[in-house]
Structure formats: C-alpha cells, structure tokens
Design a protein around this ligand. Sequence first.
Ligand code: ATP
Ligand code: MG
Length: 804
Amino acid sequence: APSAASPLLAHLNDEQLAAVTLPAGHALILAGAGSGKTRVLTTRIAWLLQNGYATPGGILAVTFTNKAAKEMVARLSAMLPVNVRGMWIGTFHGLCNRLLRAHHKAAGLPQSFQILDTQDQLSAIKRLCKQHNVDEERFPPKQLSYFIASCKEEGMRPGDVPTHDSDSRKKVEIYQLYEEQCQREGVVDFGELMLRSYELLRDNDPIREHYQRRFQHILVDEFQDTNKLQYAWLKQLAGNDVGGRYEARGSVIAVGDDDQSIYAFRGARVGNMTDFVREFDVQRQIKLEQNYRSYSNILDSANHLISHNSRRLGKNLRTTQGAGEPVRVYEASSDLAEAQWMVDEIKQLVRNDGFERKEIAVLYRSNAQSRVIESALFNASVPYRVYGGLRFFERAEIKHALAYLRLLENPHDDTSFTRVVNFPPRGIGARSIEVLQDAARAAGCSLHDAVSAVPGKAGANLGAFVAMVDVLREQTQGLNLRGIIEQMLESTGLVEHFRTEKEGADRIENLQELVNAAESFVTQEGFGRDAVALPLDEHGTPLIQSVQSPVSQGLDPNAPVLDEPLKPAVPGIVDADTGETLSPLAAFLTHAALEAGDNQAQAGQDAVQLMTVHASKGLEFDCVFIGGMEEGLFPHENSASDRDGLEEERRLMYVAITRARKRLYLSHSQTRMLHGQTRYNIKSRFFDELPEAALKWITPKQQGFGSYAPSFATHSGAGSAYGSSARGQFGFKSETFASPPVPAQKAAPSHGLRAGIAVFHTKFGEGKVLAIEGTGDDARAQVNFPRHGTKWLALSVAKLTVVE
Ligand code: ATP
Ligand code: MG
C-alpha cells in the first residue's frame, strides 16, 4: 500500500495522494485551477517508476504545450534518475511526429518527411491552384486550407467528405490534389501529422497492438481541450473497440477542468470528458478541491466569476493561504496611460517588492493589445518577452506592411522588394524572381531597376508591381504618417488579402494597430511635431522654417541647434541618434526595426512575460496584470452576443485570474485606440461578477483626457517651461491638463544626469556622460559610447537610464 512516508508523496493532500497512487484502471481527475492537477500527473509518473509499476518506456503523457512537456521532464529528472529519453512525453503533434518517424514506411512517408507550418501549407495550396488553373476568386486558397484542415480534424480523407454540388466537389478534388502533391514532395502539415498517425494505428494491427501493450500508462493533461481526432487517437492507443464493447489494455488517466475549456473555436470538445467516462467505463473520479497557487482574494475572485456560468460539472476550490493583497483595479484614461501604469507598477514590484521580472505576466485578450504595452516597456528599458506569439513588429503581416513602407522610402531595398513582390500574390513566381535577380546581378543594379530586363509575362507582372509602388509613393507625398500607412494598406491590397483568410481578422487588427503605432510614435517619441502637428500653409510648406532638431522643431525658432546644422524647412524630423534629418516615415521605420530587434530579452534573461490569455493556460506567475477589461474586448465583441460565446469568455477570464499566485491587477481604459480608431469603452461586465470585498479600486491621482497628444498649439506660450517629462514617453504621465490643450506648468525636469555618470541607451548601450547643456526641453547630454563614439543626445528624446 502506498504511504505518504515516501518523500515523493510527502506534501500531497489526501485527494492528491489518492490520485497519484491510483491502482491500474482508468480515472478522471476533474479539478479547478491551481489544485495540482499537473503536479499530480507528474508525481504519478515518478511514483509508478520508483515503485517499479512501470518502466520509462511504458509511459505516454500528453501535455498541452511544448513548454509544459519540457517542464514535466525536468521535474521528473529532478525527482529520480530516469532515462527521460525513453519516455513519451509531449504534445499531440510532438508524439505523432515521433510515431510517424518510427513507422514511416508503414505510414507511407519518407523517413525525412518535412513538416509544413501554416504559412508553408498555404503557399503549397497556392502553387497547386496555379498549376491546375483553379479560380482563386471562387476558391480562395485560404479557405481551401481551412477546409482541408477541418476535414483532417474530423478524420476525413477526400473520399469521406460528403459532396452536394459542383463547388463542394471541386473543393474535395483540390483536397485530393493537395494530398498527392504533399505525398510527392514528402511533406505533412499539422493536421496530417495527427490524422496520419491515427490511421497508422487504426490500420496496422501489429503496430497498434505493440503500442497498446507498451503504453500501460497513458496520462493526459488539459483533457477538456482535446478535439475529436485527438480523442480518437488516444482510444487507438488505449484499446480496441470490439463490437461496441471497449477493451482497453493500459490505464488512461485524464485530467481536466471544464471551467478552463477555451479552445471550442478549434474544435475542442468538453464532451470528450463525459464520453471518456462512458466509453472507458471509468470507475474512479477524483476531485481536487484545494488550491495551492493563489491567495484567497484571487481565488475568491475566480470562483465568484465562474459561478456565473450555467453549464458546469461542478467543483469547489478553497485555499488555506491567507487573503493576501486585494486585487487591484485601475481605471485609465487611455490605453497608453494603462500601459504606463503597468510599467510603473512592474518597476515597483521589482524594485520595492523583490519580484523577479519573469514572475510577472501581462495577459491580454487580443494580440493587438500587446503593441502599446511592448512600447511602454521598451521605452522604460524593461526587458520583456512575448510568449507563444511573435512580438508586434515581428509578425508576418506587420513585416509585409513595413516592407512596403521601406520600398516607399527606398525603391532599391531588395530585401523588402523580394518580401512583397508577390505578396499579396500577383502571379510572380519564384522563377521570375530568379530571372530578375540574375538580371540585377549582371547589371549591378537593384531589383527595382532590373525589372525592364525581364521578358514576357513575368516582366509585365514585375513592371506592374514596380509601377504600383511608384504610384503609391507619389500618392503619399505630403501625407502624414497615418495617411501614408492607410493608403499603403489600401493600395497594396494587404488588408483585402487578409479578409479571405481564416485567421485574417487577427492580422487585419494588427495592421490597423500599425496605424496606431505610427500615430503614437508621432505624438510620443519626442519626434512629435512632424507633418501631423507641424502647421503647413496651403502649399504644404511648413510655416515654421527652422526645423532643426526634434527639440526645437515647431517649438521655438530660436532654440539652439543640435549637432550639425540640418537641412532647414524640411517638414520632417531629426533622428536624435544620428542627427540625420528623417522623414516621419523613415524615422518610424527606424523605430520599428529597433523595437523589433534590440530589446528582445536574451534567452535566460530575467524578463517580464507578455502573452495572450489563451497562451497562459497551465502556467503560473507571482504577479499577473490583465489589461483591457472592457466591453467588446473582454468579453470580446465577437463572442458576447450568444450565451455559449459569453461563457467561453468567462472561462477565459477564469483562466487569466487563476494564473496569479500573489498579486493580481485588473485594468480598463476609458479610451482605446483599437482597429484603427479611438473607442470609448465601458468597463467589462466581469467587474460586476467579482466579489467587491476582494477588490481595491485605485484611480489615478490626476487624469488628463487627450493629454497624450499635446498638439502644436500647446507650445505657443509655454516655451521651454514645458517640462520634458510631460512629453517624455507618453506625455500624460503625472501631469494634469486642465483642459486640453493647455499644458501643465512644470518645473525644470530632474533628469538626474551629470558629467561622469554611466548611462544606458537602448541603441548605443552603455556610455559615459561627458557634458550636459540646456534645461527643460532643450537639455542635451554629450555621451561617449565605447562602440559608437561620442554623441549629443536630446534628453527629451533619447531614453537614457542611469546605470546603478
Ligand atoms: P491549472 O489548472 O492552472 O493547470 P493545476 O491544477 O495543474 O493548475 P498545478 O500547476 O499542478 O495545478 O499546481 C499549482 C501550484 O500548486 C503549483 O505551484 C504546485 O507546485 C503547487 N502545489 C500543488 N499541490 C501542492 C501541494 N500538495 N503542496 C504544495 N504545493 C502544491
Ligand atoms: Mg495544469
């Protein structure tokens, strides 16, 4: 009989102990967040091994993410000396891959088959459509790829798909052709990994029986989010359906929480839990009711919230930890103010309360929200990492958009040219591009200039592309940054292109977010007074002629000139780093490149974690921020209208809250730039579903509306008394604008710099201050950077932090 004397079991509570030491047989562990489900799974594996009930080879454990799998393996090897390589622990895709590699012949694949990611899959489909003259208007490749993925998720090959008209027959025909193409090229997409390995087990008795005998213990975490095919796959491994009766060999332990089912939109079926109990004739169900993760203010909030859902399997959660800090709720005037508040809090958590940055997570409902937060962290030089998703400026659609913008600035940027010459698709194939590249190489010119050297249809298509960009360049002359980007999104067909894609809505949101990014770049960066704010006369000539530095520009014609004298009367801005006069567009592009490349936290560096709520499942952090708690955003407007949608949103919120161990912060904002426009938001209904006693409402001491965009008019009388912090990062910080656009009176800023001090610059790295000049807005520092030489930096623009 198991005993708690074993150190492995020492800290488990009674229900956990029972779950870890279950005798052979199937079981369902249904329990709320933070109750130790994942820990129980891991400990059970260790316990089985330690007591000789299983060998490493006899265990198969499915986790939800690669990260979870790695963590499980790490914990196991810490608990006992095992051959972790012998164990099958991984995600569904990871395990399928392993199975198919091992049995590639039986599966009909070359051993070295390649895996197509979603992007590759799409290009493969496009190529195929072209070869077979498929009308892409009628059958957009993106829809085809979605169609194929859904068929595979349902376990259907082309022959199994019901057809009712010529369109559906055509789609099935393309599915068939796509399969043949993949087979010929030896590639599999994600859906294929799953389906192919399911079929391998189903159709090969010896192989199936081998694994059924082998895997005596199958353990599945996050079972509530498995889909139909995954469940079918598990059943193949577990046993045989013999004339309606299910004969399982090993033991299957499924662990889940119906309240955390958040992938219905991808085919996840909570119903798998009840099916499992029925089909496997599960005799043992264990509930874990003690939460070990969170203080009770946090847990009460989660429990209270989820109690508003109607269809639940029913669980309780309690904690013996104290109440802890109240859940702090913050109301911001704008999304920028919200982000700035987060950054200020994060700095305090690190500096005053001793939290590690990696123990702080910022969660958001929608990917597009990350950009403002990233920007605030970036400006404050706080290392961060975007987890389970790309950082804003690294996302494919953003890179495409930036590539177009780069071409507007520089038609000879061959990298950008190559990136978008056929995106959105315009019938320019890889071969045409090769011809073009050869021509350019021979003539020693850019791709842009070599276009006329390419003959035939390809040449014509290339010519049309170049002409489109050239026209766009002319059209956007004199437009402000926002106008340029909007025009670009429109003329290039980027937005239109993503309209037809399955996950296109997200990408369009991101593209619109780029407009916001540009907008706030203009108003925040101290580059501020560009074509947007700079008053122009009717000919587009700037009324102020002495545009010389970001500091003096548009402010005071007599302000001292930075660095070298710059080209006057340019309605542009100055790169404070290089002293170059840049167009707003070029400056923005520089900023984008910097932000994409430089501040990415190094591997292993202590960094704040940014992720969507979806990506946070199963993880835990000391401190959690949940931003954008507004109607339409969280709950999301797409889901709030029907009950199922709203309940799924509530489960998402439940997941988000229960990630926090010690501190939880919720925030909402009165205004938000989203989807390309300012929205006035009311706070999320979820606030009404939280227990008032657990919350503490903190409101900013002073709030200013519209304060993040001090317009040109505000500067007229303010002169240099206009403090630098009022327009430092966001321009709203602690200053109050009685009514815009009158700026606050502010004393000279204390930048805390003096000669001899060591500073850090986000681009140039560490350096030493040699001299300081000027005050207020005009303050500048001469800094020597070991790798970049000596530079004069405008303190209201350059982000210098003192190195302690
Ligand atoms: P989720 O639903 O979010 O996936 P979970 O049920 O899988 O949560 P775990 O992540 O396994 O929960 O555990 C939550 C936290 O509680 C972990 O830090 C874990 O180490 C801790 N914990 C679990 N059980 C105990 C225990 N008996 N004693 C002390 N700490 C425990
Ligand atoms: Mg877990």
